[in-house]
Design a protein around this ligand. Structure first.
Ligand SMILES: Cc1cc2nc3c(=O)[nH]c(=O)nc-3n(C[C@H](O)[C@H](O)[C@H](O)COP(=O)(O)O)c2cc1C
Length: 168
C-alpha cells in the first residue's frame, strides 16, 4: 500500500491522451468501495472526458488550464446533508475518502491526479448540468502525467502524532 501512496503527487501537467476504459473502471471501482458514514454513499461523480467540457472546467477552476489536457476531470458531488453527532457534515469527508481511493488506484496504474478545490461551483454546475440541490464538493484531474513526480514536503511524524495526551 505504501508504494502508490509514495508515488502519488499533485500533477499539473498532463498528456492530452484518452484513458483506457478498463483503467477508468478499475479506478472508479476503488471509489465505489470506499467507506461512508452510515454507508449512505451519497456521493455522485460526473466524469468529463470531452475536450469542451474539460475546457469549461478549467475556466470554472479559476483558469487552471492544465485541466484541459487531463484525460478526465472528475466533479465529485454529494446529494446528502447528513451531519454526524460530532457536528461534522459527512459530505466532504465521504467524498474525500472516495477521491483519495481514486488518487491511489490511479497512481498504482501509472496515472496521475490533482485535487482541485479552487473552483466556482456554479460554473461547474452549469458546465455539467448538475442540479442545484447537489453540492459540488471537489474537482479532480486524472490523466497521464507529462511531468516528473516531486518529493513530498511534509512535517515529521512526531510533529503530527502524539500518544495518549495532546503534546503539540
Ligand atoms: C482539498 C485539496 C484541494 C486542492 N486544490 C488544489 C487546486 O485547486 N489546485 C492545485 O493545483 N492543487 C490543489 N491541491 C493540491 C495541493 O496543493 C497538494 O496536494 C499539496 O501541495 C501537497 O503536494 P502533493 O499533492 O504533490 O503531495 C489541493 C489539494 C487538496 C487536498
Amino acid at each position: 500500500m505504501i508504494e502508490p501512496i509514495r508515488k502519488r503527487y499533485s500533477c499539473r501537467c498532463y498528456e492530452d491522451r484518452e484513458i483506457e476504459g478498463e483503467k477508468l473502471d478499475c479506478i472508479f471501482e476503488a471509489a465505489r468501495l470506499a467507506p461512508s458514514a452510515k454507508n449512505l454513499q451519497d456521493w455522485r461523480f460526473v466524469v468529463a472526458t470531452e475536450k469542451q467540457k474539460r475546457q469549461d472546467l478549467a475556466v470554472a477552476a479559476n483558469n487552471q488550464r492544465f485541466l484541459e489536457n487531463a484525460g478526465a476531470v472528475i466533479a465529485a458531488c454529494s446529494k446528502g446533508d447528513y451531519v454526524m453527532r460530532c457536528g461534522q457534515p459527512v459530505a466532504p469527508i465521504d467524498v474525500a475518502i472516495a477521491l483519495e481511493h481514486i488518487t491511489l488506484q490511479a497512481a498504482e496504474l501509472g496515472l496521475a491526479t490533482c485535487w482541485i478545490g479552487s473552483f466556482y461551483p456554479e460554473k461547474v454546475r452549469a458546465a455539467l448540468a448538475i442540479p442545484d440541490n447537489v453540492a459540488v464538493i471537489e474537482l479532480m484531474a486524472l490523466g497521464y502525467p507529462a511531468d516528473q513526480p516531486k518529493e513530498p514536503n511534509r512535517l515529521p511524524l512526531d510533529g503530527i502524532f502524539c500518544y495518549d495526551k495532546w503534546r503539540f
